[in-house]
Design a protein around this ligand. Structure first.
Ligand code: HEC
Ligand code: HEC
Length: 146
């Protein structure tokens, strides 16, 4: 009973050892994709700057693109810093466009004084704008050009 087991183990070892040696060899010349050590802080290059003019919408119902930077505004379960400027209670003071009525309708279409839960995570629909090439080749055209 022992013999076949040992023989099996030997065969396994013979198969594993060269593979292990090959791994160890390549680990010697390992380079990370960003070309820096893991603990090194590499600043990301801003390839596509955000454009601050307003872009036209590509179809009438499109959520307008965000014409200002947005990465510094926190949105989580409790806080929504976008509302600090865009909620109807603040927009006048901040000189920002007020959220349209659709942002204040509950799922049954009732009008509310606070933003709807379905509109809480603004960046689900609104994204910052940049003049960047399309990520995927496509034939999309604005419906205004038809
Ligand atoms: C400090 C105030 C402020 C904050 C905070 C702010 N915005 Fe704005 N936002 C503005 C102002 C002012 C404009 C108008 C800019 C213009 O007309 O060029 C604007 C414009 C927009 C527009 C374009 C509206 C249109 O009709 O074209 C969108 C969309 C928008 N903001 C979304 C957001 C989102 C999403 C957040 C949070 C991530 C946010 N904003 C946070 C002040 C703010
Ligand atoms: C489910 C998608 C969705 C979410 C979430 C959403 N929006 Fe919108 N938003 C839209 C659409 C669509 C429009 C354009 C049509 C309309 O006004 O309903 C719009 C319009 C706007 C406008 C322009 C209003 C106007 O009258 O010009 C602003 C500003 C805006 N949204 C900001 C925000 C902010 C800030 C949040 C987060 C509190 C947010 N939106 C969440 C879809 C969304």
């Amino acid at each position: 009973m022992r013999k076949p087991f040992l023989a099996g183990l030997c065969a396994l070892a013979i198969a594993i050892i060269p593979a292990g040696a090959a791994l160890a060899q390549s680990a010697g010349g390992l380079a990370s994709l960003r070309g820096a050590g893991v603990e090194e802080n590499v600043p990301v290059e801003q390839v596509f700057q955000q454009e601050t003019r307003r872009f036209n919408r590509d179809y009438r119902q499109q959520p307008p693109l965000i014409p200002h930077s947005s990465d510094q505004y926190q949105i989580d379960l409790r806080a929504n810093q976008c509302l600090g400027c865009h909620d109807w209670t603040n927009a006048g003071d901040r000189g920002a466009p007020t959220l349209s009525m659709t942002h204040y309708l509950d799922r049954d279409g009732r009008e509310m004084d606070h933003v709807a839960g379905t509109r809480w995570f603004c960046t689900q629909c609104h994204v910052p704008q940049a003049n960047a090439p399309a990520l995927v080749q496509n034939t999309f055209e604005s419906s205004a050009s038809r």
